[in-house]
Structure formats: structure tokens, C-alpha cells
Design a protein around this ligand. Structure first.
Ligand SMILES: Cc1ncc(COP(=O)(O)O)c(C=O)c1O
Length: 652
């Protein structure tokens, strides 16, 4: 590919608006099509606005007021973060594809509300197709799975746990409902044997594989008339009783109050999980942190030990959250091994749970593993395509390929999908699970499936209600024109991964004397984390102050005067012990070893190299960023008064 045939050059507006003409044409044709649509609808209807209305003084003054305020808004917007520039490597914020921008604008004019096909007949169909595009990228069977767009990753993650919880507890309610109905049905056990539902004790009921719980759901509906099953389930299920009554019922029926089920997640997981366990009433104590390794990935051996220990205490596990692209480091968990740990738990301990992959950030990297025809590339073929010898590793490719075996996956188009906010996506491998959270809106036409040619009522199965059809149109057109494979979207991802690796190498090879740059593990995606150290600094607080200063100098202010922009985060114990320990060894001495300083945590600098053009020629922004970090550090040396009070970092 020469510099003149690079498709990335026409997929984005461009840092200098190089593709202005294309965007103008698309926006103008969207407006013209919309006007013609309005005018073509009952053309016989007269206009309610008299022709001369626009020439009155009042109308002229309203127009002037609007134009004035609009110009003021445009001026204010110039204070936004310059996401389009290679100088911005801060949060997960970057360019949007022209396709997405134009489609968003076009659909926005029609104001479709994707809560239901009744109010958005076109864009709800597009939303279904987006789910199918994403499903094919990760390897879900589009006929078996279900997916939809959300306002973002937090809600997609929420829905994953909402469904996981209801599927997990379903067999308990089903068993009590079966007793009251006088029926019984066979259930597959984690080890593969069959048992009758009513013979199972509470522990066994809480350890039915998610797909077997859903088989059970179907079997129970077939075992008795629908209304009787409905009423029996509503008298016994967690979803209708709520935790207090449910626990009372368990004590009464099984002589055993429910041991609170836990959710396993690594210390690197996104803070949305803390919100979600609280919002679902599970309690934040039930979010159990699994140790991470020095690569910031969930440690599968520690996961196994945690499962064994919980099983010994007879504490049920509702779900395990694995991350594909951690927020702070872009680390990709070894999902394949995590799935193997679950298989082992099923086999050896009779224990099982839902596995969710929070691929909100990294999910789009799966596009690199797909050939244009849809088949999966072997790791060697990806390396050959990228002209790299060792990267991506076999394990990396295996982890992304394993997304197809997770029970649910969240992927955000508004992150590495390069489409405008709001656009998260939730994918569920077995679509029956959505029935366990469904609510029929009485005022919207209720229909269950698109396959029946009926209007989809997305709102029936999701947490949100009204939501923008424009997001569906934007994501759909972007995927349609930049397909989710190695010849399409994979090129954007590859370019940013390359950029991050270049920055990582530059930080390692540049002369920062008298400072030392300490880098976290090589990036799995496109986030580079590092910190600076100086021999005169002997406490963790001082080292944190140095790095806080660098962050402060390289972060947005009102004038956007920083030459480059990055962010920082704070690694704290115990969630990050696996990462902090090796870093402290590199710092040397006893730095950070006392309990007080360990509690303070370690500030690290973080550069999100999301800009598609970072490694595509043009200005060498990565070298510029490296130089800026050095210069800011030098000024710290000249003026230690710039030391800032260390304070906990907020996560993006
Ligand atoms: C891994 C991960 N999960 C979930 C989220 C939450 O996404 P959102 O901000 O779209 O709600 C983020 C956001 O950065 C994330 O990085």
C-alpha cells in the first residue's frame, strides 16, 4: 500500500478537513433527501406557514437571535478537546468515520426512536443488522444470538449481569414453580449427566450451565399451560420477589438462606462493574477481585484458586467478567484460558457460571482476525499481513477468537468503532436469555421477533427506553462501508496498534537522563502506560508528584495550550498488586513498600494512541509526545515547587 492508496485517507474527515468536500456533499444530499421526503408526504396538504411569514420584523429578529446564539455556540465548541489530532492521546476519544458522521446527521433529521419499530421502522431494522455485523465479527451465530445498541458500555455491561443473574437464579424459581404445578423436567448438570429438576438441592440449582438453565426455561413452559407457568414463576422467581422475599422463601423451602452470589472480575475491570453490582442490589462486597498478572490480565490460575475457595465455602458464582481491552492499559485477558478454567470447574467441582467479556474497548480488534470472506485468519497470516515478526502473539489471536465462546459480550462502537456517541452494543450468545428480563410495554405494539416479519419492540428486552436511531444508522453505514475484517476496519485498528508499539519503543529507547522511564508491559492494544522516576526521589509520594505534574502539563486546559495531551491513572492495592510489585522492584530501594504508601497507590501516565493517523506518515507526533514528556520532566527538576499534591485519579 503506497501513501497514495491508503484507504484510511478517505475514511475520515482528516485532521485538516482534507475530505471536506465529501462530507459536505453527503450532508447536503441528506438534507435534500429529507426535504424531498417532507414535501412528498401528502403534497396536497397546504403549508401552515404563510409565505410572507419570514419577512415580518419579528421573524427577522428571531432569525438574527438564533444566528447570533448559534455563532456563540460554535465559538464555545472550539473549546472542545482536539480529538482529531495526533497530539491528543488522552481518553478513549478520537475521530469518527465520515460514513458515521453523515449517516448520523441524515438519520437525526428523521428523529427515529429505536425503542420500537413502531416509531422507527427503518433504524430498528438497521440496529438488528448492526448486531448481526458485530456478531459475525466476533463469531456468534447470528440466528442464535441477540444484540442491540445501548447508550454505552456501562449499560451494555449492566444488561449482561442483569441477564446473567436472572438465568443463574432461574432454576431455583423453576424448581419451586414445578413443585407447585406438580410437574417435573430433566436438567443437564455441569458434569454432563441428567437429573430431574425437583430432585436438585439448592447448591445444584445454582450451578446449572447458562444454556441448560435456558433449556429448562423452555421445558417448563412446555410442561404446563402457559398461564399456570406464568403465575407459578411469578410467585417464586427472584425477578418478581426481590432479594428479601426470595431469601425468606429459600429458608422456608430449602432450609437454607441464599448465600450471596458473587461476581468475579479482575482489579483491572472498569468501574462500571462496581456501579452495576450496587444497582442490581447484589452489594459491592459481592464483586470479588481476581488478581492480575504483570501484563494487567486476569490471572487464570488465581481465578481457579478463587473458584475453589468459593466452592469450599458454598458461595455461588453468578458470573465472571473478563476484559478485552482494559480501560487503563488496553490489556486483553486470556479468555481462552478463562473458559478452560470454567470447564475445569464444571468437571471437577460441579460449579458453573456465566462468562461475560467486557470488550467495550477492545472488541473491534476482532476485525483483524477476520478475512474479507468471513473466515478466521491464523495468527501467522495476521503477522504476515502486518509485516510483523512476533506480534500479534498466538495468545492474543486466541483470546480475540474466544469471544465467540463467551456467554455475552459488550463492544462499544463509540470507542474503537469510530462512530459518534452514544453507541455501545450488547451481544448475548443465546437470545433466549433476554426473555428473563423482558417487560411488555402496554402502549407499544408487542411482537417478539424480527424473523416473523413483525415490528421489533427492542424496548421490551432492554434497560433503556427511548434511544437514538441515528446511532444505529451511523454504526450500520460505517460497518457497511468499512467492513469488520482485516481489509476494512482491521486496517484502522492495526494502524493504532502499530502507533502504540512505536510509542512504547520510543519511550524505551529515548534518552531521558537523569530521569528513568519505567514502562508497564507491552501494550496488547493501543494504550501505553509508563511513569518517570528520578534518583533523588525516595518516596512514592514524590514519584507520584512528578508524574502528576507531567500529567497536569500535558492535559487539556481552556486554551488547549498543552503541546500534547495524555491522561494518568492510579494503580492501587490489592486490585493491581500483580502489576505494582514488579514496578516497585524497578523503582528500587524500599520505595512504596510500607503499608501507608502502598495504600496511596502508584500514578502512571497513560497515552491512548487511538488516532488512525498516528503511524501513517505526516508529523511524527509520537516522537513529539516523547520529547514533551522529557521537557516537562526537566522543568520539574528546575522548579520542584511545581510539585502538586497527589490525589487519586479519576478513571475515564
Ligand atoms: C472496558 C470498559 N468497559 C466499560 C466502559 C464503560 O463505557 P461507557 O463509558 O461507554 O459507559 C469503558 C469505558 O471506558 C471501558 O473501557
Amino acid at each position: 500500500m503506497t501513501r497514495l492508496t491508503n484507504p484510511l485517507h478517505s475514511w475520515f474527515l482528516g485532521p485538516k478537513g482534507e475530505n471536506e468536500q465529501l462530507l459536505k456533499e453527503l450532508l447536503d444530499s441528506a438534507l435534500q433527501a429529507h426535504l424531498s421526503w417532507r414535501r412528498g408526504y401528502h403534497p396536497e396538504d397546504p403549508s401552515p406557514i404563510p409565505a410572507e411569514a419570514s419577512s415580518t420584523p419579528a421573524a427577522a429578529s428571531q432569525r438574527a437571535e438564533l444566528k447570533g446564539q448559534f455563532a456563540a455556540l460554535l465559538r464555545q465548541l472550539r473549546g472542545s478537546v482536539p480529538f482529531f489530532s495526533g497530539r491528543y492521546n488522552g481518553h478513549m476519544l478520537s475521530e469518527q468515520t465520515i460514513a458515521a458522521q453523515a449517516a448520523y446527521f441524515a438519520a437525526m433529521l428523521y428523529n427515529p426512536n429505536n425503542v420500537s419499530g413502531e416509531v422507527a421502522p427503518v433504524t430498528t431494522q438497521l440496529e438488528g443488522e448492526v448486531a448481526e455485523q458485530l456478531a459475525r465479527m466476533i463469531g456468534y451465530d447470528p440466528w442464535r444470538c441477540w444484540g442491540h445498541l445501548t447508550s454505552g458500555g456501562t449499560i451494555a455491561n449492566f444488561e449482561a449481569l442483569w441477564i446473567a443473574r436472572n438465568v443463574h437464579y432461574y432454576p431455583v424459581g423453576a424448581s419451586l414453580a414445578a413443585r407447585s404445578l406438580g410437574v417435573d423436567v430433566p436438567v443437564s448438570m455441569p458434569g454432563g449427566s441428567l437429573a430431574m429438576l425437583r430432585d436438585l438441592d439448592l447448591w445444584q440449582l445454582l450451578n446449572i450451565r447458562p444454556e441448560c438453565s435456558l433449556d429448562l426455561w423452555e421445558k417448563l413452559w412446555a410442561a404446563a399451560p402457559k398461564q399456570l407457568v406464568e403465575s407459578a414463576l411469578s410467585r417464586h422467581s427472584l425477578a418478581s420477589l426481590g432479594y428479601q422475599d426470595y431469601s425468606r422463601q429459600l429458608t422456608r423451602e430449602f432450609g437454607d438462606p441464599l448465600a450471596a452470589g458473587v461476581v468475579l472480575a479482575a482489579g483491572t475491570s472498569h468501574y462500571s462493574w462496581a456501579k452495576i453490582v450496587a444497582a442490581l442490589g447484589l452489594g459491592s462486597n459481592q464483586l470479588v477481585l481476581v488478581p492480575v498478572d504483570r501484563e494487567c490480565r486476569m490471572d487464570p490460575d488465581s481465578l481457579w484458586r478463587e473458584i475453589e475457595s468459593l466452592t469450599n465455602k458454598r458461595i455461588p458464582i453468578m458470573a465472571c467478567v473478563s476484559t478485552c481491552g482494559t480501560t487503563e492499559e488496553g490489556a486483553v485477558d486470556d479468555l481462552q484460558r478463562i473458559l478452560e478454567v470454567r470447564e475445569r470447574a464444571q468437571r471437577e467441582l460441579g460449579v458453573t457460571f456465566h462468562i461475560h467479556s467486557d470488550a467495550c474497548y477492545g472488541g473491534y480488534a476482532a476485525s483483524l482476525t477476520r478475512a474479507p470472506g468471513g473466515s478466521r485468519h491464523a495468527p501467522g497470516a495476521i503477522r504476515e499481513m502486518l509485516g510483523t515478526a512476533q506480534w500479534p502473539t498466538d495468545q492474543w489471536v486466541r483470546s480475540l477468537s474466544a469471544l465467540e465462546r463467551a456467554d455475552s459480550v459488550s463492544i462499544d462502537p463509540h470507542k474503537l468503532g469510530y462512530v459518534p456517541y452514544p453507541a455501545g452494543a450488547f451481544l448475548l450468545k443465546d437470545k433466549r436469555g433476554r426473555e428473563l428480563v423482558s417487560t411488555d410495554p402496554p402502549y407499544l405494539a408487542v411482537a417478539t421477533s424480527r424473523e416473523n416479519g413483525e415490528q421489533p419492540v427492542i424496548g421490551r428486552f432492554i434497560f433503556e427506553g427511548s434511544k437514538p436511531g441515528a446511532s444505529a444508522a451511523a454504526t450500520w453505514l460505517s460497518h457497511k462501508t468499512i467492513p469488520l475484517n482485516s481489509a476494512g476496519h482491521g486496517k484502522i485498528i492495526a494502524s493504532t496498534l502499530r502507533g502504540a508499539r512505536e510509542l512504547y519503543a520510543l519511550l524505551g529507547s529515548s534518552d531521558f537522563a537523569p530521569f528513568r522511564v519505567i514502562r508497564l508491559a507491552e501494550p496488547d492494544l493501543n494504550i501505553v502506560c509508563f511513569l518517570l522516576h528520578h534518583p533523588s526521589l525516595t518516596t512514592l509520594s514524590d514519584i507520584n508528584a512528578l508524574n502528576e505534574t507531567i500529567y497536569r502539563e500535558l492535559s487539556p486546559d481552556a486554551q488547549m495550550s498543552a503541546p500534547y495531551m495524555i491522561t494518568r491513572t492510579r494503580l492501587t492495592s490489592p486490585g493491581y498488586d500483580g502489576v505494582i510489585e514488579p514496578l516497585l522492584s524497578l523503582l528500587g530501594g524500599d520505595i512504596g513498600r510500607s503499608p501507608e504508601t502502598a495504600a496511596e497507590g502508584l500514578t502512571i501516565l497513560r497515552a491512548t494512541v487511538m488516532n488512525p493517523f498516528s503511524s501513517q506518515g505526516g508529523p511524527d507526533y509520537l516522537l513529539g509526545l516523547t520529547d514533551s514528556v522529557r521537557q516537562v520532566a526537566m522543568s520539574f527538576l528546575r522548579d520542584p515547587a511545581t510539585m502538586v499534591a497527589s490525589r487519586p485519579a479519576a478513571r475515564s
